[in-house]
Write a protein that binds this ligand. Structure first.
Ligand code: PLP
Length: 443
């Protein structure tokens, strides 16, 4: 299968996978990588749920890049909105009013629960969490933030110490940050045997951590509604409601990080909509405009917002509410509404992905399948009984095999995360899972 992109610039005509890879390796310092062993896939273009490399080979994008291209690649209305805005006004300082920025904020607030009436824009997800933490500290006059081991909140100064994933253990430099174990029944820290036990014991543990640290020192509990990078750990019934109760009991703010889970990923506008829980601050990025222009932000509940009515919020970013980002948010949210993207994710999740992924359990190597919407993890094990995670070398071979079969996967530790765009069609979803099935059989 080959594709030629009409958007390819003339100077790229002579480029090949090899030449682009080499040029990249020689000049670009990559995230989360040992720089000496890089093998980046050179991507040249994309459309919907498909991307293609410089040599023209197509891949079904089951990664949504970094789980952000919820509306699919190159949505024509979003691309046009960015182009139109660029022709009109490409930058505007945050202190000025801007019609497109206000419209973007209104569209986000329309999707938030009652009692939220302000949006603070950032450049991405990490600085959204940084600023939410800052607001919580200023609001409560307290310092500490409790987050989960097995979480990812971004890679800036505060967000990375709030993060509790394996890449930054042990829990170093975490001044002002405390971690607690969240629910994860498959590898329970609480010897739980049912979702109810897991929720109850994780809540007991969290409350004991609050008490041990001293509630009067804790500004916020910061959680991903559904921890994503750490394994798509859908919380058991009652857990998030229980966290809300603990937060209320001790005067602590609840920040829900919706950076990965928000804006259609779980088949809801916000993932917490399915759990009946209302946070005090919501952080977002990724799916809000599918990453077409870098953007993130904090949706602020009224009490926190009003706290700053007569007090200065001592923070801001040059590109807060950048017009190209704002235009892309307006176009993306409008198109998602018109095209039923959120309900598509929900339907694909329950009608196509849930049964197709459950059937993968016929492979002994599959330990657990979990998820919702277009947000699934398949955990691979070398021993089903002992739940031994499949080793890194075998996961590496699995990834190479999936690419050779035309699927761009999201692999994290011993898991494949099945995270296609929320616009994925039934046929694409079935085809992608069939490729994973074949690669598992080959393993
Ligand atoms: N929070 C969550 C839940 C994320 O998944 C991520 C990124 O993957 C971030 C925050 C950080 O976002 P960014 O990379 O835009 O800073």
């Amino acid at each position: 299968m080959t594709t030629t992109s009409s958007t390819t610039a003339p100077t790229e005509a002579a480029a090949t996978n090899a030449s682009v890879s080499e040029s990249d390796r020689s000049s670009v310092f990559h995230s989360w990588s040992a720089q000496g062993s890089l093998a980046p896939l050179p991507l040249a273009g994309g459309l919907g749920s498909t991307v293609w490399d410089v040599d023209g080979r197509e891949y079904l994008d089951f990664s949504s890049q970094l789980v952000n291209v919820n509306i699919g690649h190159q949505h024509p209305k979003v691309v046009a909105a960015i182009q139109e805005q660029a022709a009109r006004l490409t930058t505007v300082a945050p202190a000025h009013a801007n019609e497109t920025r206000a419209e973007a904020a209104h569209l986000i607030l329309e999707r938030a629960p009652e009692g939220f009436s302000k949006v603070f824009f950032t450049n991405g997800g990490a600085d959204a969490n940084e600023n939410a933490i800052r607001m919580a500290r200023l609001f409560t006059g307290r310092d500490k933030v409790i987050s989960h081991y097995r979480s990812y909140h971004g890679n800036t100064g505060g967000a990375i110490v709030a993060t509790g994933d394996w890449r930054r253990m042990p829990n170093e430099y975490a001044t002002g940050h405390v971690h607690a174990f969240g629910p994860y029944l498959y590898r329970s820290e609480f010897w739980a045997e049912s979702p109810e036990q897991e929720a109850e014991r994780a809540l007991h543990h969290l409350e004991r951590v609050v008490q041990a640290e001293g509630a009067q020192t804790i500004a916020a509990i910061l959680l991903e509604t559904i921890p994503g990078t750490a394994g798509i750990l859908v919380p058991p019934p009652g857990y998030l409601a229980g966290v809300r109760e603990i937060a209320d009991r001790y005067g602590i703010l609840l920040i829900l990080d919706e950076v990965m889970a928000g804006f259609a990923r779980t088949g809801e506008w916000f993932a917490f909509d399915a759990f009946g829980v209302r946070p005090d601050l919501i952080t977002f990025a990724k799916g809000v405009n599918s990453g077409y222009v870098p953007v993130g932000g904090v949706v602020i509940s009224d009490p926190v917002s009003h706290h700053f009515d007569e007090r200065v919020f001592p923070g801001g970013l040059t590109y807060s509410g950048h017009p190209l980002a704002a235009a892309s948010i307006v176009a993306a949210l409008t198109a998602m509404e018109e095209e039923g993207v959120v309900s598509n994710a929900k339907r694909i999740g329950s009608e196509v992905l849930a049964p197709a992924l459950a059937a993968l359990s016929r492979h002994d190597i599959v330990g657990e399948v979990r998820g919702t919407g277009v947000f699934w993890a398949v955990e691979l094990v070398s021993d089903r009984e002992a739940r031994t995670p499949l080793d890194a070398a075998t996961m590496g071979r699995f990834k190479t095999d999936l690419l050779s079969r035309g699927l761009l996967p999201f692999i994290s530790e011993n898991r494949i995360h099945v995270v296609p765009p929320a616009v994925v069609t039934d046929e694409e979803a079935r085809r992608g899972v069939a490729i994973i099935d074949e690669a598992l059989a080959a393993l």
